[in-house]
Design a protein around this ligand. Structure first.
Ligand code: G3H
Length: 248
């Protein structure tokens, strides 16, 4: 680990991909891996969560903002906790877009995840039009404000943030290390304005076309503490090479 940096975290988000055989392959790939200096986790489709052995750190891709009851097709935090999840991705741009999740709904989900003792991986990130307009920081401020307003800054001691520029997700168009650092530095500064200790300890992941070939340079940026990996997490060798790049 670099001096003054937080412990790295790399999370694989399979999205609506993968199958039983990928569950086996990833477990076998990681069973021999030596990753003592970083943390990692897999967020498979919820239906596969129960297929993993207890050695694989797990996260859910989503949870309901409700506790239980008549919400067909939804999963509560207690259900994903029961299935062994430590993490829950929340506010991913695909859910904000496909499922019309507002900043306020995202904040309610963060509150539920924290109350269950799980770690939210709170995603923020701008579309290309916002980047072109030069209003990235304003856009991210609004996304962050909604969560801070509901749960308070001290709750960020138990929240992982993920910066995912939408234009870089699944496009092969990765943010440059300098672009990523610029935004990660802004996010840490936003937190520091509210509480400098919380800001210094908050893990901020980068997500958007991370691969084995670009992971090391991205992760070496001062405020980049690891990655949220989509496509490359579906290939066990590629995902392991990204984890190894964070295992400093
Ligand atoms: O959750 C993961 C991100 O959306 C990144 O996806 P990607 O690595 O396929 O670009």
């Amino acid at each position: 680990m670099q001096a003054n940096k937080r412990r790295s975290l790399v999370v694989g988000n399979w999205k609506m991909n993968g199958d039983r055989s990928l569950v086996e392959k990833i477990q076998s790939q990681f069973s021999q891996a030596s990753l003592a200096n970083m943390d990692w986790a897999i967020c498979p489709p919820a239906a596969y969560l129960g297929l993993f052995d207890s050695k694989t750190p797990l996260g859910a891709q989503n949870v309901s903002q409700f506790d239980s009851g008549a919400h067909t097709g939804e999963l509560s935090v207690s259900i994903v906790k029961d299935l062994g999840c430590q993490y829950v991705i929340v506010g991913h741009s695909e859910r904000r877009e496909d499922n019309f999740e507002s900043d306020e709904v995202v904040a309610l989900k963060v509150e539920k995840i924290l109350a269950a003792g799980l770690t939210p991986i709170l995603c923020v990130g701008e579309p290309e039009s916002v980047r072109d307009a030069g209003t990235v920081f304003e856009y991210l401020t609004k996304q962050l404000d909604a969560v801070v307003t509901l749960v308070g800054i001290s709750a960020f001691a138990n929240i992982v943030l993920a910066y995912e520029p939408i234009w870089a997700i699944g496009t092969g168009k990765t943010a440059s290390p300098a672009q990523a650092q610029d935004v990660h530095g802004f996010i840490r500064g936003y937190l520091a304005n509210l509480d400098s200790n919380i800001a210094a300890g908050t893990t901020i992941l980068y997500g958007g076309s991370v691969k084995g070939s670009n992971a090391k340079e991205l992760f070496s940026q001062a405020d980049v503490d690891g990655g949220l990996i989509g496509g490359a997490s579906l290939n066990p060798e590629d995902f392991l090479s990204i984890c190894l790049a964070a295992n400093l």
